[in-house]
Design a protein around this ligand. Structure first.
Ligand code: DMJ
Length: 570
């Protein structure tokens, strides 16, 4: 039979016309689209769907499974997006696996480990891949991830070493001289450099283990040593870190050094020796202690000014606030930081405290306990904001006092903290003044205009934090929260926080200054107050006077570790 080519009919078209063929194709493509599209509307459990979707998207997600975590780390955004529909589905009563993912126990907890164990068995990937394969692919993933910063990669991208071949030293003497001139720093306070920078660097090292911080602390510590070159070894207050020249503050009586300054080096210097194995730092601070032990003390009290030349007191002004404060703090903290082995510090602290109680601690007519100042035997019934740290100090030392005094010290600490809180509640802003008085009818209020300011100081909150840790009386957290609200209302400004000029007026005048201790101390103590006690536990850490945590030195434990390390190395 011969097929003839008819007009309008293709040779290969099963005898269909072009228009019929077009309609047929249209129908066919509609059918295919319908079937394919239906896959996306079917529930998760339809197996066919898994054939079409990628492996990552379909892998069953189990609680704490490695695959989930890997995916989350590599594609955090995608992992988040996947979580959303799962949560909705679970709320509608989906499979138990998915419900579990909503009530996940904290990572690392026993519950988390227990929950993970059976479900890991459902992951063929974790069973078939060897540990080294997994490590290699994880490393490859990390290297490839564009949003993960790698310091090594960054360094490799630099065209030249950042410090040059010789720290950029110029070839000609004239430029070298100019360069040295630029490096001059002028004057620095030995005390402030020590508590803020050396203390901060030491903390950073102990918390991270980064050698850089240790090296910088040691470098800086060494720069402070020339300040001790005086006839008595009592350092002068000001030092030029470039030249090593030191001198006394112009405002300090007759070239004297200040108790709160030379008496607030001990904690950091002990750690400098620990880290460098150089005894010089310990020797310097032990010598200060020797001078102070030898010298006669009026009524057992330590006046604020001492001559670094003669080693004698220059005036008889005694204060637990400014000029004296942190000397006492460092006595008890030296004892605690030594793992309670530094008996000299202990003895000095408790005898100083006895003298303070006998001569400075007072009760107001309405029963508020406060610390007065002592001027050659005459009491000044004024308590500085700075002196409010003493609530916390007496609190942390209570337990190591004589057994019959322990409760008494804890009560005294609570009473002083209460008085300091009163100095806050008696102001309009609920923030405390720089100094408050207990005379001429005043009780815990500032009477002089010049004492009415608040510069974001931490001492009152510091005592709340310690008293909370020691007693867990909820009032300390309440008092801390009052301070947070007052700070928020009166001190918060567009660019941060500012001190205020008068705590007694609601028409607040800002001093436009955010002191560095606001972050390092005030906020830190508040944060600790609202944290569990195992954040920087007081058994292991001592806060220096700028609130930088330094670890307790457990000599015997460190020695055991060193012996073990040595044995392992042999
Ligand atoms: C801090 O710099 C230190 O705590 C210092 O010992 C005295 N107080 C100020 C903050 O008020």
């Amino acid at each position: 039979m011969v097929f003839r080519k008819l007009p309008g009919v293709s040779a290969s078209g099963m005898g269909l016309r072009l228009s019929q063929k077009f309609v047929f194709l249209l129908f066919l493509s509609g059918l295919v689209t319908l079937c394919f599209g239906a896959l996306f509307f079917l529930p998760d459990s339809v197996r066919l769907k898994r054939i079409f979707l990628s492996k990552t998207e379909t892998q069953p997600v189990t609680v704490g499974s490695g695959s989930e975590n890997d995916a989350r780390e590599a594609h955090p955004k995608r992992a988040k997006e996947q979580e959303r529909p799962r949560a909705v589905a679970s709320a509608k009563g989906e499979t138990s696996t998915k419900l579990k993912s909503l009530s996940r126990p904290p990572a690392g907890s026993h519950e988390a480990t227990a929950a993970r164990a059976p479900e890991d068995r459902t992951l063929p990937r974790s069973r078939t891949e060897s540990a080294s394969q997994r490590a290699t692919s994880a490393a490859r993933g990390a290297a490839a991830a564009p949003d993960t910063f790698s310091y090594r990669r960054f360094k490799g991208c630099l065209l030249k070493p950042p410090l040059g071949s010789d720290s950029g030293k110029p070839g000609d003497p004239a430029t070298t001289e100019r360069r040295e001139k630029v490096k001059e720093n002028g004057e620095a306070s030995l005390f402030e450099v020590n508590i803020r920078y050396v203390g901060g660097l030491l903390s950073a090292y102990y918390l991270t283990g980064e050698e850089l911080f240790k090296n910088k602390a040691l470098e800086l510590g060494e720069k402070l040593l020339p300040a001790f070159n005086t006839p008595t070894g009592i350092p002068r207050g000001v030092i030029n870190l470039g030249s090593g020249t030191s001198w006394s503050w112009g405002w300090a009586s007759a070239g004297s050094s200040i108790l709160a300054e030379f008496g607030t080096l001990h904690l950091e210097f002990i750690h400098l020796t620990e880290l460098s194995s150089n005894p010089i730092y310990t020797e310097k601070v032990m010598n200060i202690r020797k001078v102070l032990n030898k010298i006669e003390k009026p009524h057992g009290l330590y006046p604020n000014f001492l001559s670094p030349v003669s080693g004698n007191w220059v005036q008889h002004h005694v204060s637990i606030g400014g000029l004296g404060d942190s000397f006492y703090e460092y006595l008890i903290k030296s004892y605690l930081m030594s793992d309670k082995t530094d008996d000299d510090a202990k003895m000095m602290y408790y005898s100083a405290l006895e003298a303070i109680e006998a001569n400075l601690v007072q009760k107001s007519p309405s029963g508020l306990t406060y610390m007065a100042e002592w001027r050659g035997g005459i009491l000044d019934h004024k308590m500085g904001h700075l002196a409010c740290f003493s609530g916390g100090m007496i609190g942390i030392g209570a337990d190591d006092g004589a057994p019959d005094k322990r409760q008494h010290y804890l009560d005294l600490a609570a009473e002083i903290t209460h008085t300091c809180h009163e100095s806050y509640t008696r102001s309009a802003t609920k923030l405390g003044p720089e100094a408050f008085r207990f005379d001429a009818g005043a009780e815990a209020t500032a009477t002089r205009l010049s004492d009415r300011y608040y510069i974001l100081r931490p001492e009152v909150i510091e005592s709340y934090m310690y008293m909370w840790r020691l007693t867990h009386d909820p009032k300390y957290r309440e008092w801390g929260w009052e301070a947070v609200e007052a700070l928020e209302e009166h001190c918060r400004v567009e660019s941060g926080f500012s001190g205020i000029r008068d705590v007694y007026t609601m028409t607040v005048g800002h001093d436009n200054m955010q002191q560095s201790f606001f972050l390092s101390e005030t906020l830190k103590y508040l944060y600790l107050l609202f944290s569990d006690d195992d954040l920087l536990p007081l058994e292991d850490w001592v806060f220096n006077t700028e609130a930088h945590p330094l670890p307790v030195v457990r000599k015997s434990c460190l020695q055991d570790e060193a012996t073990q390390d040595k044995t392992l190395a042999e």
